[in-house]
Design a protein around this ligand. Sequence first.
Ligand code: MG
Length: 259
Amino acid sequence: MKSKELKTIFITLVLAFASLTVYAQPKVVAHRGYWRTEGSAQNSITSLQKAAAIGCYGSEFDVWLTVDGVPVVFHDATINGIRIEDATYAELMNHRLANGEFIPTLQQYLLEGSKLEGCQLILEIKPHSTDQRDERIVQRCLELVHMLKLQKRTEYISFSKHACEYLHAQEPNAKIAYLNGDISPKDIKTIGLTGIDYHFNVFKKHPEWLTESQQLGVEVNVWTVDGEEALAEFANLKGIDIITTNDPEILGNIIKKSK
Ligand code: MG
C-alpha cells in the first residue's frame, strides 16, 4: 500500500474516532431507581423494574448493613426512627416504602436485577460508623453479587474512601467510583478506582477534571442532575460519561432527540 493511501486511512480513522469522542452521549442512571412515576418509590423493586423498562443504562440504589449482617436497600440511615446499622433485620422487615413495598433486602433487589438484563446495578455502599462495618458490608455485598453471578452487571459507588479502597482490594476488576468530590482523577486512578461520581458543582469548580479524566481513562458520572434545562446542559458537556438523575425519562428523551 502506498504511503498516501495509508495516510488517508489514518486520517479517516482519526476523524471517525474524534467524532465518536465528541458526540458520545452520556449514559442514563436512574437515581434511587425510577421512582417519580406511578406506583413507584425510591429504592423499591418497582423503581428498578421501571428504570429497566425505560431503557436506563443503570439503576442506582443505596445499601446499608443491619447489625446481624443483612444488607438492605434504603437511602436514609434510619427508617421510621430506627437506625438501620444498629437494628436487626427482623426489626426492619415489616417497614414499608412509600409505595407499600416492604424494605427490600439486597438479595431480593439483586435477584430482580438478574432478570433485567441490560440494566446495570449501581450499588451505593453507604458509609457506616466504623471502618470495620464498611468492610463487613463490602464483604456481604460481594458474597451476594458472586452468588447471583452479577459481577459484570454490578458497579459500585461510595462516599467512603475506605469502602472503595477495601472493595478494590477484594475485587480488583470491579468498577468502583468515588462520590465525595474531594479527590482528583489522577489520585483516583492511583488508588485503583475506575471512576469519579461527583456532584455537579464539583465540575463547575474543577472543569479541568473532565479533560483530565478523559486523558486518564477515569469514568465521569455526575449527580444529581434534574429538570430539562440542567439535563440538556450536562448531556452536551464533553467529558461526562454518565448522568445520574431523578428524571431518567426526560434525559432519555433529550438524548434521543439529539441523535
Ligand atoms: Mg445513592
